[in-house]
Every structure is written in structure tokens, then in C-alpha cells.
Ligand binder design. Sequence first.
Ligand code: 13P
Ligand code: SF4
Length: 307
Amino acid sequence: MNLVEKINKLKKEKNAVILTHCYQNIEIDEVSDFVGDSLYLSKMAAKTDADIIVFAGVYFMAQSAKILSPKKKVLLPNMNSGCLMADMIDVEKLQEFKAKNPNLPVVCYINSTAEVKAQCDICCTSSNAVEIVKSLNTNKVLFAPDTYLGKWVETKLNNVEVITFNGFCPTHLRIRTEDIEKARATYPEALILAHPECHTEVSKLADFVGSTKEIMEFAKKSDKKQFVIATEKGVVDRLNRDSKLYNWEKEFILINENIICPNMKHNTLDDILYTLETEQNEITLDKNIIEKARKSIDKMLLAGSTK
Ligand code: 13P
Ligand code: SF4
């Protein structure tokens, strides 16, 4: 039996599902039940009736799955899979941020720890951030930890001031305006699609800005044939695979060869097999934290129900 067969067999025996973020190594799709962005995977984690969830993603994503399905065993194949942005804010820093800007609703990007989520009013992902901030019906909000996503949301709404914490994604910030200019010159026919975690100046120059899922949907629907992608390499790999598989005859080019999130690439098929066999690398969370963090995720799922 090869690795994929072994994993699939164990999955059945143990009633497990594998949820995979689209920045993961592409071979993981072969054993995955659901592949997508943070919002989609959160919804799948809440819905599944499996006994075990293996989360092929980063730590905060597995924590979110645990928050949404607290009775299930949630396993992270490789415990080194952190998120540098999520680690930029802890409860103490969040309290300081709130104290400096008192009496404002706090929106937290899903790329944050469970403890931070527990201290925020509502959660969001890059797919629904605009919708979530809008749903608060207020003209001023605090947004943490990603300053660029928060500022991008502000440009999409009239008369809402978004005060942002100074966190960022080091991978997306590797994309420079020079990369966009170079791509325009090299691929004049191509559309440039960017993630809102990119620097504001990069987002301004892109043809389309959206979450990983929105980028993939836009590219699939568009009648253009060539696209430069300004987000993590996993998205480009999947788009090129699907283009071949379904004869889209479209070409997807990674804006710059360094746009790889090292933390997203830790999980391997070997790790998945190991975690399924041993049930090691379980995500555990304090009951209190689960209850409080769940409120902010549930509010998001309710307010952002259209996506
Ligand atoms: P999505 O919410 O678009 O899946 O992005 C998650 C992420 O970590 C982006 O860097
Ligand atoms: Fe975190 Fe950035 Fe990696 Fe996404 S790409 S998981 S925000 S470090």
C-alpha cells in the first residue's frame, strides 16, 4: 500500500476527515475531504460528523476547528505549523491596543490565537472581512492583527474608520510594487490578482483583490487566459492543476518565486499518516477559551452568512 492508500484506509477506519488549506503542499489534496480557504474550512469543521479532524493547515486554523467542534479530536499533522501574523498579537498586546482606543468594537482576523479571539467581539476571514465590519453598523472599529487587511476593508466602506493593530504577513509583504510593474511589462495580457494581506500599494495596483477562494473563483470565471497571482504558491499550483485537468487553457504565474509561506509547507503526507496512526499532535484548549472564542466565530458565521 502506498502512503495515500494507507491514509485513506485509516481515515475510514477511524471516521476521520482531512481539511486542507489551499496553501498546503498540493499532494495533500489527494487525501483531503475538503480543500479551501479559512472560511470554507471553518464551516466544514463546524458541520462534519467525523470523530477526528486532521487539519492540514496552520495552528490557528486547527484551533478554530477545535473551537467549532469541541467534542471532536482535532489533530495538526506537524506542530511547527504556526502563523507568523497570528503570533504578532497576544492577549496583553490586544488589551493595550483596546486601552488606547476604548469603547470600540473589536474585529479579529481569524489568523489569531484562540485566546485573542476570546477577547474580541467578532471574527472575520479575508473572504468576509468587509461584510463583517459593515454588519457592525458603526463608523469606527478596531481591527487586529493584520493592518493591511484592515486598511483594505476601510477602502471598501464609506465612512468607516478602521483602526488597525500593526501586524502583517511576512510572506505577502514580500510582494513589492516593483513585482507588479515587472509583471505588467512581462505579461501585458495578464490580469493581476492579489490577496488583501498584500501591502496597500500592491493591492492598489492589482486588477482584483480577494481571498484565496475569491481569487480562484475569479480566475476560473474570467474569460482571460493569463493571470499573475499575488498570493501564496499553493493557490497557483492548484489553479494550474485544475486548468490542465478541466481544459481551461489558462496560465497562472506566481508573482515572485519567493511567495511561499514556510509554515504552511511543514505538513507532509508522512506527518498526516503519523498523526492519524498515533493520534498525537492533538489540539487542546481551555473550556472557557473555547466558549468565549466560539462567540466571536459564531457571530461571524451568522453575520457573514451570504458567502
Ligand atoms: P484565506 O482566509 O484567504 O484562506 O487566507 C488565509 C491566510 O493565512 C492568508 O495568508
Ligand atoms: Fe500566516 Fe502569512 Fe502564512 Fe497566511 S501566509 S499562514 S498569514 S504567515
